[in-house]
Design a protein around this ligand. Structure first.
Ligand SMILES: [Zn+2]
Length: 203
């Protein structure tokens, strides 16, 4: 299959390449989901990876398939996948669990490990390819009515996570009633942050 990859550590190495089509059976216990990629967002992280400021290939390989903001359609599922079927629209999460306590309780975005695993960014191939396979735990169904904006799900979760943490921290004050928010950055997340905060009634 076609894929867009870089050689991490080598600036401006983004290139079109051929990579083996991933196999449903590469995920154990019949939990695999094969997804045809329909859209991939490219952002500042991808640019930094291409500038060799960031990113590492999977162990034993010299290239990294780019792409973490993704949207696709299920092609096939393993026998133990109950909540997804071929034809469903999906988005896959980016970070995979490491070893810390946070990783073990499903909060791997808060890992305290020094080494972390992120598809398309660090040590795992990304989604800028024709297909990917992953464990059903990491695949989120998207209703067909949201298929035009589904590729924005991953960046919007970054914003949502930040908001949830701010609420958790400020909750201690009992009387926190935010009216205004300052949004830094003009990229995808900045745009979504502005939109989501507006929806929450903040200026
Ligand atoms: Zn991103």
């Amino acid at each position: 299959m076609k894929a867009v990859a870089v050689y991490p550590g080598k600036p401006n190495s983004a290139h079109l390449t051929e990579a083996p089509r991933p196999d449903l059976e590469s995920v154990s216990n019949g939990r695999g989901v094969l997804v045809k990629v329909l859209r991939v967002g490219v952002d500042g992280t991808d640019r930094e990876i291409n500038e060799a400021l960031y990113g590492a290939p999977p162990p034993g390989e010299d290239f990294l398939i780019l792409g973490h903001e993704n949207f696709g359609r299920v092609e096939a599922v393993g026998p133990n996948v109950a909540h997804l079927k071929p034809g469903d629209y999906v988005v896959a999460t980016v970070r995979r669990p490491g070893r810390s306590l946070y990783d073990q309780i499903g909060l791997y975005d808060f890992t305290t490990d020094a080494v972390y695993y992120e598809r398309g960014i660090n040590l795992l191939h990304g989604y800028l390819a024709e297909y990917y396979v992953d464990d059903m735990e990491y695949i989120i169904p998207v209703p067909p009515s949201l298929k035009e904006v589904g590729v924005l799900l991953e960046p919007s979760t970054v914003m949502q996570k930040g908001w949830a943490q701010a609420m958790e921290i400020q909750h201690r004050l009992k009387v926190w009633r935010p009216q205004r928010a300052a949004v830094l950055g003009a990229g995808t997340i900045g745009l979504l942050a502005t939109l989501i905060l507006r929806l929450r009634g903040l200026r």
